[in-house]
Ligand binder design. Structure first.
Ligand code: SF4
Length: 430
């Protein structure tokens, strides 16, 4: 577990939605698990579609869902949307402070303000007062695209960039980081003067390295919980690398209290990947399957990629306990790599051999692997829930079969002694 930087804790949600705590460690609070957020991709004023999207994202595991409210018709839809959903909702206000006031009035659970777009002190004060009365927090969300004030850009670059450049902070973007920090400090002063501490902060960029530098600097200067993200990260294929690079770098330094991965794609992927990141870093306890799968190689004799995708999709909805499932292409390296799996299949020679906690339970043709594996996982889950079995507990010796056969490509390796013919599969060695 990576030690977390202590922050002030904020609360999002209510009795109906459940309260999501963000941050903690200061003022007698315990750090809350890092939460995973996302944002709807559709129009908020299309109430039925918006509700369906929010509920789909909540079912995928989103702790908090944000909706855009650019127009009056969007905030007018909020009350009905809130009635039909049960996850905390954040209203993202970009250009007009009145949208924030309307969203608070409708009962939204948090407001996001962009200091680059709503700057008038009286307007910000009006939003702060409304949120204070409603006891809901505000995220101050700076992002690179909206922070630069065009009219005095050059002058500010010189003044504010000097410190960061001299101290080698922010790399090639020292000027931009200077602008962001100055804007945040200026904006946060408004909240402090109003005695409003129910605030989280984000400072997103589309550059992963700059995102790390910016949040490191913000984390040093502010006690507010931090909402991490890389903005405009692109489609999932490339956006995942960009987002995970930045977020992992920060989370392993203890920086970050809530995350949103953003893709130009279905936001369900943002939730799935955000949760997987938390599980992979040990920042959240896994709630569903932990799938191990081999990358395949020249030894493969079944369509493993399709099998893995099908196993993942089916088990994601059916398995609710953190069961480790291994789908391996052969027995050459499979048993060692699947060590610790509760349920494992070793494929080969158009067949699959299935183990449950080390015990061989089936040897089925390729066409039957998926159904049998799912049935074994479901039955194992039933036994665990009934107290008849324990996850990751048994220590079992497995003598793997050789489905490839002595003429198969793995045999030479075994024959040379590079791989033991009898491989011990140890479930939860420790
Ligand atoms: S488990 Fe077998 S098929 Fe899969 S990568 Fe390892 S050696 Fe190759």
């Amino acid at each position: 577990m990576f030690p977390r930087k202590p922050t002030r804790q904020i609360r999002v949600g209510n009795e109906k939605t459940g309260v999501v705590l963000i941050g903690g460690g200061l003022a007698g609070t315990e750090p809350a698990p890092v939460s995973v957020q996302t944002m709807t991709a559709g129009y908020t004023y299309e109430i039925d579609r918006c509700v369906a999207e929010i509920n789909r994202l909540a079912a995928a595991g989103a702790d908090i869902v944000r909706v855009a409210v650019p127009e009056r018709k969007d905030t007018a839809a909020l009350r009905e949307i809130l009635d039909q959903t049960s996850v905390p909702i954040v209203a993202d206000v970009h250009f007009h402070f009145k949208r924030a006031l309307e969203a608070v009035e409708a009962g939204v659970h948090k407001i996001r303000l962009n200091p680059g777009n709503i700057q008038d002190r009286d307007q910000v004060n009006a939003v702060i007062d409304a949120c204070k009365d409603a006891q809901i927090p505000i995220r101050v969300g700076v992002n690179e695209g909206s922070i630069i004030e065009r009219k005095d850009k050059e002058k500010r670059k010189q003044e504010l960039g000097a410190y960061f450049e001299k101290n080698l902070i922010g790399g090639r973007h020292a000027h931009l980081l200077g602008l962001i920090i100055a804007k945040l400090e200026e904006y946060m002063d408004i909240f402090r003067e109003r005695d409003f501490a129910d605030v989280s902060i984000s400072c997103k960029s589309m550059d992963a390295a700059f995102t790390i530098a910016a949040y490191q600097e913000v984390s040093k200067r502010f006690d507010e919980p931090l909402h991490l993200g890389v903005t405009h990260a692109g489609p999932r294929e490339t956006g995942a690398i960009r987002s995970i690079a930045a977020l992992s770098g920060l989370l392993t330094q203890g920086i970050g209290d809530t995350v949103r991965i953003s893709y130009a794609s279905d936001p369900v992927y943002e939730v799935e990947d955000g949760l997987e990141l938390m599980y992979s870093l040990g920042l959240r306890e896994r709630t569903g399957i932990d799938l191990i799968a081999c990358p395949t190689c020249g030894r493969i004799q079944v369509d493993l990629f399709t099998l893995v995708q099908n196993v993942r999709t089916k088990l994601a909805s059916d398995i609710t306990i953190p069961m480790k499932v291994a789908v391996m292409g052969c027995v050459v390296n499979g048993p060692g790599e699947a060590e610790g799996a509760d349920v494992a299949v070793f494929a080969g020679d158009k067949k699959g051999i299935i183990y449950v906690q080390g015990e061989r339970v089936a040897n089925v043709p390729e066409a039957e692997i998926l159904d049998r594996l799912l049935a074994e996982c479901t039955e194992f889950q039933r036994r665990v829930l009934a107290g008849e079995a324990t996850l990751g507990e048994k220590v079992v010796e497995i003598v793997p079969p050789d489905p490839i056969g002595e003429l198969g490509s793995g045999f030479e390796k075994i024959a040379k002694g590079d791989v033991e013919k009898s491989t011990s599969l140890t479930i939860n060695k420790s």
